[in-house]
Structure formats: structure tokens, C-alpha cells
Design a protein around this ligand. Structure first.
Ligand code: ME8
Ligand code: MG
Length: 525
């Protein structure tokens, strides 16, 4: 089974911020989950480098656009690397194979009779890189999203016959209720379909772009260029005009809610015009706000992911990945605050998960000489019946499959919580004192084995910490090579496996402001 997943490709007019990171982390988590389940996965991300906005920014920096985008594209790549995000390809719309693909695609649409020349007058918003309709403009005459006045443009340019595909698209959305996700976004798309006009797909006043084949006085509209990246990422048109790729159609385009229209309508219609199958899902996620304000380059309220890590002296990205994925339901908006970040990761990673690992491994050292105790099969005393464990894993699996990342995390953590409670209820120290070693072995084994399953199923979200748990359970194999098969509950920790000396999994965060001194002195907060 193949699973091709993509993110939006980011404009390179500025450095990556937390909102971009949110989308890329979520997509990386989904890619890792599907890989863990044994599917063939291709994960594509990259940068959107053409168009008037980037052209203007490069000019402002006194750089030639390619030189400018080279620099920013490197920043994006490095940022994803630092967040443990590993795409199979990082595509840039300035890549040579992308030029080739876009030119062929254009010619195909033209051959179909879907491209025509037209004199156009409209109001163009550079922030959106689109002509605005009356719906997009406030009473004060500014763009709803960017709060800036659009620029009047009169041009003769090429148009795409979007209206020709309106009915087919409507039928597709109605027949495939999981095409647009979350489902509550569907109606929003259907509503805008009613008054759909053809769209301008070239610009004569923008030189930074892919030239229109046969008319070098125009460049291809940046959104047509950008959307086509999903094809270039995994294939090319052959000499017979067939698009050849083992990955198409994509399983899912993960994008922000602000660009749903471009994907659900423009991209779907372009694919139909090119006789290519549509992706299985388009998932529109919500926005991450910062202290209740919109994060936006145009509003100047931006935080770099690396700044958040630096604020808490974090060497690894796991806490940030964890927080972003658990702070809000995927699809809804979320509000990022440093305080909330600290509270949540302290509670979940340091106290709940970290503490369970530390108690379990320390007690195994204390009571069993650091060797996993032997037990006779699953036992009711362990607190979890096999049926409960199977249902628990199935719940997590369905949540991941349904893009319900927060729910998957909550389910995983609920079992961590239950294992901590099991320790509190059974009091291993009392069992030890009373010489009830058989029962003690069952309890310890149940807790250690819970941690084994937890490390596997949480690894898409926090790959680094999960590998740390795996290693502290005495495994010398690479967790990243593990698969989550139906055998997961049965592959119990082998009796006699030696655990290394326990080390804290995750230290409580101490904000630079509140506890810098304590931290410098090595004092636990
Ligand atoms: O739209 N929270 O690029 P972009 C969550 N180049 N997501 C956010 C966000 C926030 N605060 N801010 C931005 C473009 N995003 C086009 C895409 S795809 C063929 C072309 C998301 O740099 C945004 O919704 O403006 C989008 O999905 C992505 O970041 C890139 O935004
Ligand atoms: Mg944007």
C-alpha cells in the first residue's frame, strides 16, 4: 500500500515560523505513522519561490530573486532538520524538473481548450497572491486576511476555464464525503462553487516565474506553478503525455484553512482538466495563534521554532512537536503560549511519561537486579486485559488514520496514566517488603511492557524520546526500524532482558525567566 502525503510549500519571502512548523510536524507525524504501519510512504514538502511577493522582497534585499530564494530555502531545510522532520524530497519551484512539468501541464490544458486569452481588470492582493472577489474585500476596501488595499490591475492574460469543471467537482465532493477534511469544511467549499468564474492563470507584469510556453511576455500564475509541485515531487510527464508516477494520486494534501479554496477548487479542476485522478483527501488544518494573536509575516508577529527551543535550553525538538500536536485538535485553531507549553510538557512528558519510565526502571533495578522479571502470560493482576489492550491500540490506530492526532496522543497518555495509578495502587515497595515476589513481578512487567507499546505508538510524535524509552527498556535495536503490526501486544518484553542504568527521560522545563539561576546551579526547580 502506498501513502503519498504533502504539505503546502511555503513562500520564501521570510523565514519559517511556528505556523509553518506546525503543518510540517503534523505531516511528518502522519508520514511516520503510516511508515510504522508498514506502508510505502512518500512525504513531500518544499518552497514556493516565484511570484510578485517574492520578487518584491528579493528586490528589497538588493538580491537577484534566485540568489535570495536559495538563502531562504536553506533556512527552511535547516529548520525542518532541527525539528526532526524528514521529507523524502524537499521540492523548490525553481527546480529544473518542476519548470519542465509545469510547461507540459500548461500545454495539456491548452490542448484541451481550457486556456484562453482575455483582457482582465481586477484587484490583486499580493499577500494572497490572488485577485480578490467582492467577498474577499472588507467595507473599507482592504483584504480580509492581510488588511491591505489590493492593487488595481488591468492586463491581457491567459485564463483557465474553471467554470467548465464546476459541476464535476460538485459531484465529486458530494460523492466523496471524505475528500475535504475535516468534514465541517466541505460546505464552505460547496458554497463558493455556485458563483465560480474562470481564473486568470498568467501575469504579464511579473517576470519572476515560469514563462508561458509560446508567449515569453507572460509568466504562469504562481498558484498554478505552486500547486503543480505535488506532481513534480513524484513524477514527470512522459513523451506520450502520460504522467508517470507510482505515487499518484496522493493520499493527502495537508494545508492550512486559508488556502483550502486553491486546493479544493483550483487544483481539483486542473487535475480534472489534465485527466488525472484527484487526491484521496485534502486536509485543512487550523491556525496557530501566538498569545491569542495571529502569527503572520504581514503583521510582523512571528516566532521561529528555534527560539522556543532556545527559550528552554532544549537540545531536541520532541517537546515542541509534542506540544503542537497535543495542544489542539488537528483541524481546529490553537493558541500557543510559552506558559502553556511549559505546563503541558512538564505535566505529560516529565511527570506522567518520564516519571513512569523512571519508576519502572528504578524499581526493576531495585527488586530484580535490573533484569525484566519473568511472568506467566497476561494476567488480570496486570490491570489490563488482552482485550482492553487490543481495543486501546485499535483506538490509537484509528485516531492516527483519521488525522485525529490529539486524540491519538490522549489515548496513549491515558494508558501511561493508568500504569502510574497501577503502581500507586499495588505499592511494589510493600509487595517487596512482604515477599510477594510473584505479584511484584506481574506488576513490574505490566508497567514495563506498557512502556514498550507506548514507545512504539508514540514514536511518530516524539521519535527522539520514544527511542530513549526503547533503549532504557534494554533494547539494542533501532526503534525507527520497528513496525507496528498486529503482533504488537504479543511481542512482550523478554524475561531477563537487562535494563541500563535509568536516566531521566525528560527534565521539567524551567523558564529562562523564572528559573535561570536554579538551572545554572544544576538545582531541580
Ligand atoms: O500559502 N498556523 O504559503 P505560506 C498554521 N505558498 N498554519 C499556518 C500559519 C499559522 N499561523 N501561518 C501559515 C502559501 N500557515 C503558499 C502555499 S501550496 C501549493 C502553496 C500555513 O507561506 C498556511 O496555511 O503563506 C499554509 O498551509 C502554509 O503555512 C504555507 O503558508
Ligand atoms: Mg500565507
Amino acid at each position: 500500500m502506498t501513502f503519498y502525503i504533502t504539505t503546502a510549500i511555503d513562500y520564501v519571502n521570510a523565514a519559517p515560523h511556528l505556523g509553518h512548523a506546525y503543518e510540517k510536524i503534523a505531516t511528518d507525524v502522519l508520514a511516520r505513522f503510516h511508515r510504522l504501519r508498514g506502508e510505502q510512504v512518500f512525504f513531500l514538502t518544499g518552497t514556493d519561490e516565484h511570484g510578485s511577493k517574492v520578487q518584491k522582497t528579493a528586490l528589497h534585499h538588493n538580491l537577484d530573486p534566485k540568489q535570495f530564494t536559495d538563502g531562504i530555502a536553506e533556512q527552511f531545510k535547516a529548520c525542518w532538520q532541527g525539528l526532526n522532520i524528514h521529507p523524502d524530497r524537499f521540492i523548490r519551484t525553481t527546480d529544473a524538473d518542476h519548470y519542465a512539468l509545469v510547461s507540459v501541464l500548461w500545454q495539456r490544458l491548452q490542448a484541451k481548450g481550457d486556456i484562453y486569452k482575455h483582457r482582465y481588470e481586477g484587484l490583486y492582493c499580493q499577500g494572497c497572491e490572488t485577485f480578490l472577489t467582492t467577498r474577499d474585500i472588507t467595507e473599507a476596501g482592504v483584504c480580509h486576511i492581510h488588511q491591505t488595499a489590493p492593487e488595481p490591475v488591468v492586463e491581457e492574460n491567459y485564463f483557465f476555464r474553471l467554470s467548465r469543471y464546476k459541476d464535476a467537482l460538485k459531484a465529486h465532493i458530494e460523492a466523496n464525503p471524505r475528500y475535504i477534511l475535516p468534514a465541517f469544511r466541505q460546505q464552505e467549499v460547496l458554497n463558493t462553487l455556485d458563483d465560480l468564474d474562470d481564473i486568470s492563470v498568467s501575469r504579464s507584469s511579473v517576470s519572476w516565474g515560469i514563462p508561458v510556453p509560446g508567449d515569453a511576455s507572460q509568466t504562469i500564475y504562481v498558484w498554478i506553478d505552486a500547486l503543480s509541485n505535488y506532481l513534480t515531487g513524484v513524477g514527470q510527464f512522459n513523451a506520450d503525455g502520460q504522467f508517470v508516477s507510482p505515487w499518484w494520486p496522493a493520499a493527502c494534501h495537508v494545508i492550512g484553512k486559508d488556502i483550502l479554496r486553491f486546493h479544493a477548487i483550483y487544483w481539483s479542476c486542473i487535475l480534472m482538466a489534465a485527466d488525472l485522478p484527484l487526491p484521496q483527501h485534502i486536509f485543512a488544518h487550523g491556525f496557530i495563534n501566538l498569545n491569542d494573536n495571529k502569527i503572520s509575516k504581514s503583521l510582523g508577529n512571528v516566532v521561529a521554532p528555534a527560539d522556543v527551543l532556545a527559550e528552554f535550553d532544549l537540545q531536541a525538538p520532541d517537546a515542541l512537536r509534542y506540544y503542537l500536536m497535543s495542544m489542539t485538535a488537528f483541524g481546529q485553531d490553537g493558541n500557543f503560549t510559552l506558559d502553556d507549553f511549559k505546563t503541558r510538557v512538564n505535566a505529560d512528558l516529565a511527570n506522567n511519561l518520564g516519571n513512569l519510565l523512571n519508576r519502572a526502571t528504578s524499581m526493576t533495578h531495585k527488586y530484580f537486579g535490573g533484569l525484566v522479571p519473568a511472568v506467566e502470560g497476561p494476567c488480570p493482576l496486570s490491570g489490563f486485559t488482552p482485550a482492553e489492550t487490543t481495543a486501546w491500540l485499535q483506538g490509537i490506530d484509528s485516531a492516527y488514520n483519521d488525522f485525529a492526532l490529539q486524540q491519538a496522543i490522549e489515548l496513549i497518555l491515558s494508558r501511561v496514566d493508568a500504569a502510574n495509578k497501577l503502581i500507586n495502587a499495588k505499592e511494589p515497595w510493600t509487595l517487596f517488603k512482604n515477599g510477594e515476589l510473584a505479584e511484584l513481578a506481574i506488576v513490574m512487567h505490566a508497567v514495563l511492557d506498557t512502556l514498550r507499546m507506548v514507545s512504539v505508538v508514540i514514536s511518530p510524535v516524539i521519535p527522539g524520546l520514544a527511542a530513549g524509552i526503547w533503549q532504557q527498556l534494554g533494547y539494542t535495536t533501532d526503534l525507527a526500524q520497528q513496525q507496528w503490526s498486529a503482533k504488537l501486544p504479543n511481542d512482550v518484553l523478554p524475561a531477563g532482558q537487562a535494563l541500563p542504568q535509568p536516566v531521566p527521560l525528560f527534565l521539567r522545563l524551567d523558564s529562562a525567566i523564572a528559573g535561570a539561576d536554579a538551572k545554572k546551579q544544576g538545582v531541580a526547580p
